[in-house]
Design a protein around this ligand. Structure first.
Ligand code: F6P
Length: 318
């Protein structure tokens, strides 16, 4: 079988490890792989070339994606999709592994509806792909945020300040909630839970009264900007407040062992999924096990909620 692999949407640490797994699992089973550059946009332009086991050497530890990535507006159009289909047919490609976030999974489903076998591999720091408990890149991003919080804590304690740390996640609060628990934040503001700023301010003031010498608030970008939250907190409480926006630092860096392991398992499984002839599937992790889920059914599921984690962060910070 001839398989294409592409990475799409925001890059995520571990995408390279997933590409490596696809290429080497395919080679081990006697299949051919083509790498598509710049995601669906590259598919439309026919930017693809054979990718052999040696081409994916020395990338398991590298962040970003050697295949490059893009967000393609043209692929949202029927014309763009038909062009992509034509390119695949011309190259004799029978199945496509799409590595990316929820938007990329929707793109994979559209490609399948145009007549191609597809398998989706969830990879996004936002961790918001339905059908998998975890996405490639999330663990690395959370570790990056926790490392930043550790550093911020040093200076926050020294000055007895309140810090607002703005993290990514698009409309998801997974990074904020997980980093809140692992980093010991006082409060976590996530889009999945209506923030009550009066309560947040009361908790901060009470914390200092009880002897805390700093406060760390993590705000997911889907709630508000860190600057906005900091301004409102300092106006209401009079606490000396500073803001750190972590931004794209969260998307880079060498993937953690957990992300490499996840990428290896899901990338290899995607090849098995395609070669078994499944139409449109997503490979993911459920309860620690690798699973195949029908892509359309997965995308119709409600998003997994990080509210329990955010609640836990706050209980443990009392
Ligand atoms: O989806 C990953 C992500 O990093 C989101 O958390 C963030 O909202 C978005 O991408 C930023 O996108 P861009 O890099 O295109 O500005």
């Amino acid at each position: 079988m001839r398989i294409a692999v592409l990475t799409s949407g925001g890059d995520a640490p571990g995408m390279n490890a997933a590409v490596r797994a696809v290429v080497r699992q395919a080679a081990a089973a006697g299949h051919e792989v083509y790498g598509v550059l710049f995601g669906f946009e590259g598919l439309i332009r026919g930017h693809m070339a054979p990718l052999g086991p040696r081409d994916v050497g020395d990338i398991v530890h590298r962040g970003g994606t050697i295949l490059r990535t893009a967000r393609s507006d043209r692929f949202r159009t029927t014309e763009g999709r038909l062009q992509a289909l034509k390119r695949l047919r011309e190259a004799g490609i029978e199945g496509v592994v799409v590595i990316g976030g929820d938007g990329s999974m929707a793109g994979a489903l559209a490609l399948h509806r145009a007549g191609v076998l597809v398998c989706g591999v969830p990879a996004t720091i936002d961790n918001d792909v339905p059908g998998s408990d975890v996405a490639i890149g999330f663990d690395t991003a959370v570790n990056t945020v926790v490392d930043a919080i550790n550093r911020i804590r040093d200076t926050a304690s020294s000055h007895e300040r309140t810090f607002v740390v703005e993290v990514m996640g698009h409309w998801s609060g997974w990074i904020a909630a997980a980093a809140g628990v692992a980093g010991g934040a006082e409060t976590v503001l996530i889009p999945e839970r209506t923030p009550d700023l009066d309560e947040v301010c009361a908790r901060l003031v009470e914390g200092f009264r009880k002897g805390k010498n700093h406060s760390i608030i993590i705000v997911a970008e889907g709630v508000a900007s860190g600057a906005e939250v900091a301004e409102r907190i300092s106006r209401r409480t009079g606490l000396e407040t500073r803001v750190t926006v972590l931004g794209h630092i969260q998307r880079g860096g060498s993937p953690t062992a957990a992300d490499r392991l996840l990428a290896a398992r899901l990338g290899a499984e995607a090849v098995l999924c395609l070669t078994a002839g499944h139409g449109a599937h997503l490979v993911g992790i459920e309860g620690g096990r690798v699973v195949h889920v029908d892509l359309e059914e997965a995308l119709a599921r409600p998003p997994r909620s990080p509210v329990d984690l955010a609640d836990l962060a706050e209980v443990l910070a009392t």
